[in-house]
Design a protein around this ligand. Structure first.
Ligand code: ZN
Length: 495
């Protein structure tokens, strides 16, 4: 066998091992009896060990060495080699002791964070954050990135992303979005959101299964279950999504499910025979998020979508929309309401929450902000950027889980994903202006095929920013997102 074939066969086996670990993780969150938690931790640790051994197999280094000597003329093969090199270096350059120390810090950090949040006690969380920042610096050092620790962190979630890039995207977004959001939020006083009637969980579930199947999720190659925190895992022929039901917030399960379906469609859209290689993996977190946001927001909150699905809600759960008009329903799904909590934020203010976190993260890594001063900086930033007074650290700096696991640099993916979703949306619309009329007829296939051929099937042949430029013909900018927000929310609240 040639080195390239040996490498891809190995990557496929490695991917198989990873999916076993992932499945154990899925099962832990969906099915696991409480008494089996200890055994599951052992199973996961054993799988992690086997997987790491395969990922750091010295033969991979040999194959890569040979392939890198040859000049790759094929763009797809170069992408496979580039990604394999990236993963191999990460698997071999970090000392085992360090990996163990980080894993311990992550699991301990989670428990300290959960307790600190419950008790509104930031002081007890300080050592966790300081430890993770130190670990991030050391990790970047092992990877030869000691001079650019925050860039290294961003690149972990979004290959190719740098602080300078994020700043270039977030700067103009912030300048225009801050005043626009202020205006919309002020106008919501004159537009109280209509309240939906009761929507029993069984009817919610029947509806969301219908919606997710209609927009294209293939239930022969995936499933949806209930978990405490919604997520989507798996790839190709086996995609596992989860949702959660809140009887008093019916739209939250629905839109959460459409969101996860967007992730799931992306995974189902990647060729199974390419699994484990760059050609069968997502371009990055931001592109992944663009897929979930596009279905959740541009599609799921559109007039066309609800023209088709409103009668279905009325049929499945008549009391839910009793006394409400189509306009009321449209307002309810596009409600704007200022919240200190990011995951409860609406589309207009959501990105301001992310800008705040990026601002704080970069100052932390630049040594311009001490961990102990975070709560104060958070409050000041929330006031300035989002325009709200943070009632407590619990609803401020302590609200997100990410930093407790050292996941600095993750947040920007959410907003970059929103920008990508809008830019993709207008590109699709330019090719097929009748998209919303399709939706009103219950037809979502054109958009899905378009995404399949332009985005999903591309895998990680190139990184996110380059992919978006290829698909839309323009570099990524915040303008399409601003245009989309103005069109939808300006029309609803400012006219
Ligand atoms: Zn998501």
């Amino acid at each position: 066998m040639k080195p390239y074939d040996q490498l891809t066969a190995h990557l496929r086996r490695l991917h198989t091992l990873e999916t076993v670990g992932e499945l154990l993780g899925w099962d832990e969150q969906v099915n696991l009896p409480a008494g089996a938690a200890g055994r599951r931790a052992e199973q996961l640790a054993a799988m992690a060990e086997v997987t790491h051994a395969a990922a750091s197999d010295s033969r991979v280094g040999g194959w890569l060495g040979e392939l890198e000597k040859q000049k790759q003329t094929d763009a797809a093969a170069s992408a496979v080699v580039r990604q394999a090199r990236r993963d191999y270096d990460r698997a071999t350059r970090l000392p085992a002791e360090f990996v163990k120390e980080k894993a311990t810090a992550q699991s301990e950090g989670f428990h300290v964070w959960a307790k600190a949040r419950a008790n509104n006690d930031f002081a007890s969380y300080i050592p966790v954050l300081e430890r993770h920042i130190d670990l991030a610096r050391r990790e970047a050092g092992f990877m030869g990135q000691a001079g650019a620790v925050y860039d290294y962190q961003l690149d972990l979630f979004d290959p190719g992303m740098t602080e300078a890039w994020v700043e270039q995207l977030f700067g103009p977004l912030r300048r225009e979005l801050v005043p626009f959001a202020r205006e919309v939020v002020a106008a919501t006083k004159n537009h109280p959101a209509p309240k939906l009637g009761a929507w029993p969980v069984a009817a919610q579930e029947a509806f969301l299964r219908e919606v997710t199947a209609k927009i294209g999720f293939d239930y022969q190659r995936g499933r949806i279950d209930v978990s405490l925190h919604p997520f989507c895992s798996g790839t190709g022929v086996d995609v596992r999504m989860t949702t959660r039901f809140k009887p008093d917030m019916p739209l939250s399960a629905l839109f959460g499910s459409i969101h996860e379906t967007g992730h799931g469609l992306y995974e189902q859209g990647m060729a199974d025979e390419r699994r484990g290689t760059a050609l069968g993996m997502a371009a990055g977190m931001a592109v992944h998020e663009s897929q979930s946001r596009l279905w959740e927001n541009q599609v799921g909150r559109s007039r066309g979508f609800w023209r088709y699905f409103e009668p279905r809600v009325r049929a499945l759960s008549p009391q839910t929309l009793e006394g409400l008009s189509s306009d009321d329903l449209f307002r309810a799904v596009n409600q704007v309401r200022l919240s200190p909590i990011r995951v409860e934020a609406d589309e207009v203010t959501y990105n301001l929450h992310v800008i705040l976190r990026f601002d704080l993260e970069r100052r932390l890594f630049a040594g311009k902000l001490a961990v102990k001063d975070l709560p104060e900086a958070w409050r000041a930033g929330a006031k300035e950027i989002i325009g709200l007074d943070v009632p407590s650290d619990k609803e401020g700096v302590l609200q997100d889980v990410h930093w407790s696991a050292g996941m600095f640099g993750y947040f920007p993916s959410y907003t970059i994903g929103n920008m990508m979703a809008s830019q993709l949306w207008y590109a699709a619309l330019a090719e097929r202006p009748a998209l919303e009329e399709d939706f009103a007829k219950g037809e979502f296939g054109w958009l899905l095929s378009w995404l399949r051929s332009k985005v999903h099937s591309e895998g990680r042949k190139q990184y996110g920013l380059a992919l978006i430029q290829q698909v839309t013909g323009k570099p990524l900018t915040p303008q399409p997102l601003l245009r989309y927000l103005r069109e939808r929310y300006g029309a609803l609240y400012l006219q």
